[in-house]
Design a protein around this ligand. Sequence first.
Ligand code: ZN
Length: 170
Amino acid sequence: MSQNTTTSTEQTSLLPTYLVTRDEPCPSCGYNLRALKSDHCPECNQQLVLRVGLAEPRMAAFITGLVGLAMGFGFCVIFASSYAICRLSEPYSIGIEWRHLWPTAVGSFVLGTALLCWLCWRRTINRISPPLYWVLAAMCFLASGIAAYTCYVVYWPTNELIFSDPAPLN
Ligand SMILES: [Zn+2]
């Protein structure tokens, strides 16, 4: 018998014992599960498990880092896409060159990889001390800020060409 099967069986047998004297709502439909005999909710028929949970999950630093990286990644992808569309639709008239796309391409790759690592290694990151966690979260915002500033600096000449008013006709 595998470890998972053993755990599942133990959870199923402990669930009715736990609910004999307790008023606990079904997490799905809110039905009171007191004195439940099986491992399925009688109201919504979903399977229930008995688990250990955190009293107050510390999510603030994780979400801060996630938002920081997602903002930078989104900015780079949107910028790269809009400039690529402009370049393809108006190849010669508005001064956009393919070389202007390199900061957003690098930014998209670096921030996208960091975002993926932040999500996949969440459990490992959760083990570090809170001060270091906040430093990492701040670095996520800093990386996005650097990417956005680099894009702005590199694109500045083309921004002038795109967004400046046309010369008056005389
Ligand atoms: Zn239910």
